[in-house]
Design a protein around this ligand. Structure first.
Ligand code: ACO
Length: 372
């Protein structure tokens, strides 16, 4: 653990107070999602996440974020078809992925490739609402394909086209692993995508909105968001959770490992949150998925049991709860995704929230430009 995490304090000079990290500052009005930190609740367009998880699909929630309400059956079918139709990437973009250095981080490749897609987008310079909605759908469709293609390029395996007959979650697993996934894996991936789709004014969404507020194009705003998501204090934490789990051999080693981290003043990745004072509601569903996926595991170390023990110890010693990134690590591991790709899967879902926020920012824009 080499990252150095500083502690912050606000600075008051005369009448001016610098709110470091903008903690508690209301930076925008949005009706896309609401994080109730006191009660530990999350609402997407007014729907409690507990009512969406396990009932709706990720694509229905992506539709909800973009269009304002859940789709009817016919609307859902049309949206799914529109998205599937946009999943293919320009051949030049695939070539670009092939020549990227093999050691580059998948999030860096994703950021570069999404930025490059603006050059191939037929409506790149059209910032009208109708064009931006189409671009949003294209990005929601293309980011999962980028992730899956990159995975196979890294393994020198041929890339696979999306299957038009299966949903987004199934397609991601199919295009990565090259075989039709099991039903319980599709459900777990779909739920993971649904839970990550949006989350109030988080750092990457804020970055996207700042960029959009200059009237820059949607690809520019999403590129800012991807760069911001990568950081270990934000979406990059899930990858580090898995690295930590791999360092712990069994449940009996957990307490000593965590004690040693805390004694060194290190942060336990996947724990704590700026807004939630209670458990992150998304963690409840991911914990269940993780437990289900590890139930029949015999070959692997039981990462779920180790995670659960870490949760008990960190809560007892620091009073801190797991956030979305903690159990997302073990769910993704069980689905066969390597840890360096975890944050790209996060991005493959959060793109629906980012684009909804960008559309909202354009619709009622004022340049975001604070003072210092
Ligand atoms: N492990 C150990 N201690 C922690 C952790 C943690 N994960 N998180 C917070 N703390 C402690 C801090 O050391 C501090 O203690 P102190 O007052 O005794 O010094 C106290 O809790 C408050 O911490 P802050 O840094 O003020 O809280 P902040 O709101 O800035 O932090 C953050 C939020 C960045 C998420 C933090 O909890 C963290 O670093 N977590 C680990 C990284 C992580 O999991 N990020 C993913 C967040 S979810 C997402 O973005 C998708």
């Amino acid at each position: 653990m080499s990252e150095n995490f500083e502690k912050t304090g606000n600075i008051k000079t005369g009448d001016t107070e610098v709110i470091r990290g903008l903690e508690g500052v209301v930076a925008a009005e949005t009706d896309i999602s609401y994080v109730d930190g006191v009660n530990g609740d999350l609402y997407d367009k007014g729907y409690n996440i507990h009512d969406l998880a396990g009932v709706c699909t990720y694509m229905e929630v992506a539709y909800l974020l973009l269009h304002g309400d859940l789709p009817t059956k016919a609307e859902g079918r049309t949206f799914r078809q529109q998205t599937i139709n946009e999943m293919r990437l320009p051949s030049q973009v695939v070539k670009m992925m092939e020549i990227m250095p093999p050691h580059s981080h998948p999030m860096d490749v994703l950021r570069t490739v999404v930025s490059s897609l603006s050059n191939f987008d037929p409506e790149c310079d059209d910032n009208s609402p109708a064009s931006n909605k189409r671009k949003a759908i294209r990005l929601i469709a293309q980011i999962p394909t980028i992730v899956a293609h990159l995975y196979r390029i890294r393994r020198r395996e041929s890339i696979l086209s999306p299957d038009p007959h299966i949903n987004m979650a199934a397609n991601i697993l199919y295009m990565i692993n090259g075989k039709m996934p099991a039903e319980d894996h599709i459900r777990a991936m779909d739920q993971l995508l649904l839970l990550h789709a949006d989350h109030g004014m988080n750092a990457s969404t804020f970055a996207a909105r700042v960029t959009a507020s200059t009237h820059a194009d949607m690809h520019a705003a999403v590129t800012s968001a991807i760069g911001t998501l990568k950081g270990p204090l934000h979406g990059g934490a899930n990858e580090r959770v898995m690295k930590m789990l791999k360092e712990i051999n069994n449940v009996d080693e957990v307490e000593e490992y965590i004690d040693s981290m805390l004694a060194q003043g290190l942060r336990v990745m996947g724990f704590g949150h700026r807004v939630y004072k209670k458990e992150d509601p998304r963690a409840r569903h991911l914990r269940k998925s993780s437990e289900m996926l590890f139930k029949d595991t015999s070959a692997d170390k039981n990462f779920f049991s180790i995670s659960h023990r870490i949760e008990d110890i960190v809560l007892a010693k620091k009073g801190i709860y797991p956030n979305v990134d903690f159990y997302s690590a073990t769910v993704q591991h069980a689905l066969g995704i390597p840890e360096e790709f975890y944050t790209t899967i996060f991005a493959a879902s959060r793109i629906s929230g980012w684009t909804a926020h960008i559309l909202e920012q354009y619709a009622n824009n004022r340049l975001i430009r604070p003072t210092s």
